[in-house]
Design a protein around this ligand. Structure first.
Ligand code: SF4
Length: 215
Protein backbone atom coordinates (compact mmCIF):
# COMPACT_ATOMS: atom_id res chain seq x y z
CA UNK A 1 0.00 0.00 0.00
CA UNK A 2 1.50 3.34 -0.99
CA UNK A 3 1.60 6.48 1.15
CA UNK A 4 0.27 8.45 -1.82
CA UNK A 5 -2.80 6.21 -2.18
CA UNK A 6 -3.62 6.67 1.51
CA UNK A 7 -2.91 10.43 1.43
CA UNK A 8 -5.23 10.83 -1.56
CA UNK A 9 -8.16 9.78 0.61
CA UNK A 10 -7.32 12.24 3.42
CA UNK A 11 -8.82 15.76 3.37
CA UNK A 12 -5.65 17.39 2.04
CA UNK A 13 -5.97 20.45 4.30
CA UNK A 14 -2.44 19.99 5.71
CA UNK A 15 -3.65 21.73 8.87
CA UNK A 16 -1.55 19.74 11.38
CA UNK A 17 -4.46 18.96 13.71
CA UNK A 18 -3.36 15.33 13.66
CA UNK A 19 -0.02 16.53 15.07
CA UNK A 20 1.73 15.65 11.83
CA UNK A 21 3.32 18.15 9.47
CA UNK A 22 0.85 17.42 6.69
CA UNK A 23 -1.56 14.82 5.32
CA UNK A 24 1.23 12.81 3.68
CA UNK A 25 3.03 12.42 7.00
CA UNK A 26 -0.25 11.33 8.59
CA UNK A 27 -0.81 8.86 5.74
CA UNK A 28 2.52 7.22 6.60
CA UNK A 29 1.54 7.16 10.29
CA UNK A 30 -1.74 5.42 9.37
CA UNK A 31 0.17 2.70 7.53
CA UNK A 32 2.27 2.26 10.68
CA UNK A 33 -0.85 1.87 12.84
CA UNK A 34 -1.99 5.37 13.90
CA UNK A 35 -5.70 5.90 14.55
CA UNK A 36 -7.68 7.52 11.75
CA UNK A 37 -9.70 9.52 14.27
CA UNK A 38 -6.63 11.69 14.91
CA UNK A 39 -7.79 13.61 11.82
CA UNK A 40 -10.99 15.30 13.08
CA UNK A 41 -12.27 15.94 9.56
CA UNK A 42 -12.56 12.25 8.75
CA UNK A 43 -15.41 12.05 11.28
CA UNK A 44 -17.47 14.52 9.27
CA UNK A 45 -20.31 13.26 7.05
CA UNK A 46 -18.75 14.77 3.92
CA UNK A 47 -15.75 12.43 4.29
CA UNK A 48 -17.78 9.29 5.17
CA UNK A 49 -17.26 7.63 1.81
CA UNK A 50 -13.52 8.34 1.83
CA UNK A 51 -13.27 7.03 5.38
CA UNK A 52 -14.85 3.75 4.31
CA UNK A 53 -12.45 3.47 1.36
CA UNK A 54 -9.54 4.28 3.63
CA UNK A 55 -10.47 1.58 6.15
CA UNK A 56 -10.69 -0.93 3.30
CA UNK A 57 -7.37 0.21 1.85
CA UNK A 58 -5.61 0.03 5.22
CA UNK A 59 -6.65 -3.58 5.73
CA UNK A 60 -6.16 -4.49 2.04
CA UNK A 61 -3.24 -6.70 1.17
CA UNK A 62 -3.00 -8.08 4.65
CA UNK A 63 -6.51 -9.31 5.22
CA UNK A 64 -5.89 -12.54 3.35
CA UNK A 65 -2.57 -13.12 5.08
CA UNK A 66 -3.40 -15.32 8.04
CA UNK A 67 -0.53 -15.38 10.54
CA UNK A 68 0.26 -18.80 11.98
CA UNK A 69 1.32 -19.77 15.49
CA UNK A 70 4.80 -21.28 15.81
CA UNK A 71 4.01 -23.68 18.64
CA UNK A 72 0.73 -25.13 17.47
CA UNK A 73 0.72 -24.18 13.77
CA UNK A 74 -2.82 -22.84 14.13
CA UNK A 75 -3.76 -19.89 11.99
CA UNK A 76 -4.78 -16.64 13.62
CA UNK A 77 -7.20 -14.09 12.21
CA UNK A 78 -4.73 -11.26 12.81
CA UNK A 79 -1.56 -10.15 14.53
CA UNK A 80 -1.91 -7.66 17.37
CA UNK A 81 0.81 -5.00 17.22
CA UNK A 82 1.80 -2.37 19.82
CA UNK A 83 -0.01 0.96 19.96
CA UNK A 84 1.90 3.71 18.10
CA UNK A 85 5.07 4.66 19.97
CA UNK A 86 4.84 1.72 22.40
CA UNK A 87 7.17 -1.23 22.69
CA UNK A 88 4.69 -4.08 23.06
CA UNK A 89 0.94 -4.65 23.17
CA UNK A 90 -0.59 -3.67 26.51
CA UNK A 91 -1.63 -6.49 28.80
CA UNK A 92 -4.06 -6.23 31.71
CA UNK A 93 -3.12 -8.68 34.47
CA UNK A 94 -5.06 -9.96 37.41
CA UNK A 95 -2.52 -11.25 39.97
CA UNK A 96 -3.61 -14.14 42.14
CA UNK A 97 -1.23 -12.89 44.81
CA UNK A 98 -3.42 -9.99 45.98
CA UNK A 99 -1.13 -8.57 48.69
CA UNK A 100 1.19 -7.15 46.07
CA UNK A 101 1.69 -3.35 46.15
CA UNK A 102 2.74 -1.98 42.79
CA UNK A 103 2.88 1.39 41.08
CA UNK A 104 3.68 2.82 37.66
CA UNK A 105 7.26 2.11 36.57
CA UNK A 106 7.74 -0.99 38.75
CA UNK A 107 9.25 -4.03 37.08
CA UNK A 108 7.61 -7.38 37.66
CA UNK A 109 8.15 -11.04 36.94
CA UNK A 110 5.13 -13.31 36.50
CA UNK A 111 3.84 -16.35 34.70
CA UNK A 112 0.55 -16.05 32.79
CA UNK A 113 -1.90 -18.78 33.74
CA UNK A 114 -1.58 -21.55 31.15
CA UNK A 115 1.78 -20.35 29.76
CA UNK A 116 5.06 -22.12 30.63
CA UNK A 117 7.17 -18.97 30.06
CA UNK A 118 8.13 -16.51 32.82
CA UNK A 119 7.42 -12.95 31.65
CA UNK A 120 9.07 -9.66 32.62
CA UNK A 121 7.08 -6.45 32.36
CA UNK A 122 6.96 -2.81 33.40
CA UNK A 123 3.83 -1.49 35.09
CA UNK A 124 1.97 1.27 33.23
CA UNK A 125 -0.83 1.63 35.75
CA UNK A 126 -2.82 -0.07 38.51
CA UNK A 127 -6.59 0.20 38.78
CA UNK A 128 -8.91 -1.77 41.07
CA UNK A 129 -6.54 -4.70 41.35
CA UNK A 130 -5.78 -4.88 37.60
CA UNK A 131 -2.24 -4.13 36.41
CA UNK A 132 -1.67 -2.72 32.93
CA UNK A 133 1.81 -3.65 31.71
CA UNK A 134 4.21 -3.64 28.80
CA UNK A 135 6.20 -6.79 28.26
CA UNK A 136 9.97 -6.36 28.34
CA UNK A 137 12.59 -9.00 27.65
CA UNK A 138 14.81 -10.19 30.50
CA UNK A 139 17.73 -8.47 28.74
CA UNK A 140 16.07 -5.08 29.42
CA UNK A 141 16.60 -5.66 33.10
CA UNK A 142 20.39 -5.66 32.70
CA UNK A 143 21.68 -2.32 33.89
CA UNK A 144 19.17 -1.99 36.68
CA UNK A 145 22.00 -2.76 39.12
CA UNK A 146 20.90 -4.59 42.21
CA UNK A 147 17.25 -4.04 41.33
CA UNK A 148 15.24 -7.22 41.14
CA UNK A 149 11.82 -7.33 39.50
CA UNK A 150 9.10 -8.21 41.98
CA UNK A 151 7.91 -11.77 41.54
CA UNK A 152 4.10 -11.68 41.59
CA UNK A 153 3.59 -15.33 40.73
CA UNK A 154 0.85 -16.56 38.44
CA UNK A 155 -1.45 -13.96 36.85
CA UNK A 156 -4.63 -14.22 34.84
CA UNK A 157 -4.22 -12.23 31.61
CA UNK A 158 -7.49 -10.32 31.45
CA UNK A 159 -7.01 -8.24 28.30
CA UNK A 160 -4.78 -7.23 25.40
CA UNK A 161 -4.76 -3.86 23.69
CA UNK A 162 -2.92 -2.99 20.49
CA UNK A 163 -3.39 -2.23 16.81
CA UNK A 164 -4.23 -4.45 13.88
CA UNK A 165 -1.17 -5.88 12.17
CA UNK A 166 -1.49 -8.56 9.48
CA UNK A 167 -4.95 -9.95 8.94
CA UNK A 168 -8.54 -8.85 8.88
CA UNK A 169 -10.12 -6.27 11.19
CA UNK A 170 -12.50 -8.12 13.55
CA UNK A 171 -15.89 -6.86 14.78
CA UNK A 172 -16.84 -5.87 18.30
CA UNK A 173 -18.21 -8.91 20.18
CA UNK A 174 -16.45 -11.33 17.83
CA UNK A 175 -14.58 -14.25 19.41
CA UNK A 176 -11.17 -14.20 17.76
CA UNK A 177 -7.90 -16.09 17.39
CA UNK A 178 -4.98 -13.67 17.36
CA UNK A 179 -1.20 -13.61 17.66
CA UNK A 180 0.27 -10.98 20.03
CA UNK A 181 3.46 -9.79 18.32
CA UNK A 182 5.55 -10.11 21.50
CA UNK A 183 4.52 -13.69 22.33
CA UNK A 184 7.84 -15.51 22.81
CA UNK A 185 6.24 -18.86 21.91
CA UNK A 186 4.43 -17.53 18.84
CA UNK A 187 1.29 -18.99 20.42
CA UNK A 188 -2.16 -18.18 19.06
CA UNK A 189 -4.44 -16.71 21.75
CA UNK A 190 -8.22 -16.43 21.84
CA UNK A 191 -10.48 -13.74 23.27
CA UNK A 192 -13.47 -11.51 22.67
CA UNK A 193 -13.19 -8.09 21.02
CA UNK A 194 -14.80 -5.50 23.29
CA UNK A 195 -13.73 -2.23 21.64
CA UNK A 196 -12.39 -0.96 18.32
CA UNK A 197 -11.26 2.61 17.67
CA UNK A 198 -9.71 3.10 14.27
CA UNK A 199 -7.13 0.31 14.13
CA UNK A 200 -6.93 0.05 17.91
CA UNK A 201 -8.38 -3.19 19.30
CA UNK A 202 -9.13 -4.27 22.87
CA UNK A 203 -9.59 -7.99 23.49
CA UNK A 204 -10.77 -9.45 26.80
CA UNK A 205 -11.43 -12.96 28.11
CA UNK A 206 -7.94 -14.04 27.00
CA UNK A 207 -7.34 -17.76 26.77
CA UNK A 208 -4.48 -19.93 25.56
CA UNK A 209 -6.88 -22.78 24.94
CA UNK A 210 -7.75 -22.22 21.31
CA UNK A 211 -10.49 -24.11 19.56
CA UNK A 212 -9.37 -25.92 16.46
CA UNK A 213 -11.98 -26.67 13.85
CA UNK A 214 -9.93 -25.74 10.78
CA UNK A 215 -6.23 -25.09 11.47
S1 SF4 B 1 -5.66 16.71 10.56
FE1 SF4 B 1 -6.37 15.73 8.70
S2 SF4 B 1 -6.44 17.39 7.19
FE2 SF4 B 1 -5.18 18.11 8.89
S3 SF4 B 1 -3.06 17.53 8.30
FE3 SF4 B 1 -3.84 15.88 9.55
S4 SF4 B 1 -4.65 14.44 8.03
FE4 SF4 B 1 -4.44 16.40 6.98
Amino acid sequence: MSTVAVADLLPGFNCGKCERRDCVEFAQALIEGADLDQCPFMEQARFARRKEELMTLLSDGTENERPAGVIDGLSAQFTLMPLPGESSCREDLYPFYRAVELKEGDLIRYRPLGCPITHFASVLGVSKGILTVHIIGPQNLIGHGAFEPQDIGICMVAAFEGTLGKGKMPRVCETVRFLPHHCMMGKVHSGIVVAIEGRRIRIEGIDLKVWCTSP
